[in-house]
Design a protein around this ligand. Sequence first.
Ligand code: ATP
Ligand code: MG
Length: 466
Amino acid sequence: MSAIRGELIRRAAGTGHDQFRALVVEDDLDFREGLAHLVAHEGFDVSQAGTLHEARAQLRERSHGVVFVDLALPDGSGFDLLGAGPNPQPDFVVITGTATVEAVDRALRHGAVDFLTKPVDLARLHAILTRLVRRMGRFGPMLGRSLPMQRVYDLISKIAPSQAGVLILGETGTGKELVAQTVHQMSRRTAGPFVAVNCGAISPSVIESELFGHERGSFTGAEHARKGYFEAAHGGTLLLDEITEMPVDLQVKLLRVIESGRLMRVGASEPVVVDVRVLAATNRDPERALRQGRLREDLYWRLNVFQIEVPPLRERGDDILMLAEHFLSEFNLREGTSKKWSERGLRKLAKYSWPGNVRELRNVVQRTAIIARDVVDDPGLPEDEAEQSPMEEGSALQIPVGTPLADVERRMILATLRMVRGDKPEAARRLGISLKTLYTRLNLYQATGRTGVGGQVEPPNPSSDG
Ligand SMILES: Nc1ncnc2c1ncn2[C@@H]1O[C@H](COP(=O)(O)OP(=O)(O)OP(=O)(O)O)[C@@H](O)[C@H]1O
Ligand SMILES: [Mg+2]
């Protein structure tokens, strides 16, 4: 793995910048500069000190996320630095000549979070920094330090290196696609492509050729042979989003491709060999889809070797605030502004139930940041909590006679989505429209800034970040 986080992430994050500031305290100049270089390579801003005296001055001047400290310094023991600095305390990593049990024990008792021996073991340094960054609430591209997210991170670390299938579950907008991207990034396939396909947004008649490609002349309009998403993901990872929306006969073919590593383009007579790790996601209950016969059991078992449940945002505690700060910093960076949340604004965010999860939060932050002056005080969340909470089956909408039909349609669509808790395929079925139509409408509402709760959308076309 390369640097723990890129320059971009750090700059975009804006807040908590000092967490990525490291101090190396060491009197041996060569070793100090070598270590500083390595830590900088992991994405930290590094300063150096040769004595306790210098180190104290630097710690007073600004806060640091992590301090590497040698024990034998010209003006005293490195232990004297531990616990002495201003709050918030940095994490201390002690540098010892040899990792004897006594030395390590002593370091940990003094409050060090870890130790390094000379010469530096690169893998160990990387592991230490990765752990520190994770405690700060970052895991690859993902943000959040709540317990439920820590569990997700644990799972991802364990399963990313394997080739096994992963089924990612979670409400709309919780970050299922981001989880898939993270699995990809932390796998051996990271240099290969990551391709995400939304099975629900492709009409059933073309989904096979979209996935597996087609030969020239295989159907009317097929003027050129074309690779499908599977081949585009060769050497990398393919995320099949809304997997339960894939026609059942195609699920059979999909299983065969996963098992054999070969696929047939539509109209082809020779198979193509593909090397793709397949991940799947859905915001539906897969067991229910199985019972309804909409998800084939054999495919399910293949995809469900591991299961990751992404928790809803309302169960992530202070992650809401961390994400709100992050999205506002992103906005500031893009727009060249320096807007800030007021306490009142943050309190409102923390109290809201976020049925559209992280995507809804991001949209809310962007919308309010545009309108706000310097201080973002009112996130403009719906006053009427009833408008936002999930609707019960059979509840009614009050629509004044004379309401434009387009508005009636919009309100009915959004209310239905609330009733089925953002389950778009289910909403489409209830409304008697195709899923593709539903996506088109939701995109329209988003474009005109009239999304309600359920209106968190994504493009109707499959996306690929190559
Ligand atoms: N933990 C997180 N940290 C930072 N950003 C996040 C996090 N989770 C989600 N996001 C952002 O929120 C948005 C929605 O995430 P994503 O598209 O992965 O959700 P999803 O679960 O796939 O949604 P859907 O069910 O609608 O397909 C994206 O912009 C994503 O980058
Ligand atoms: Mg998704």
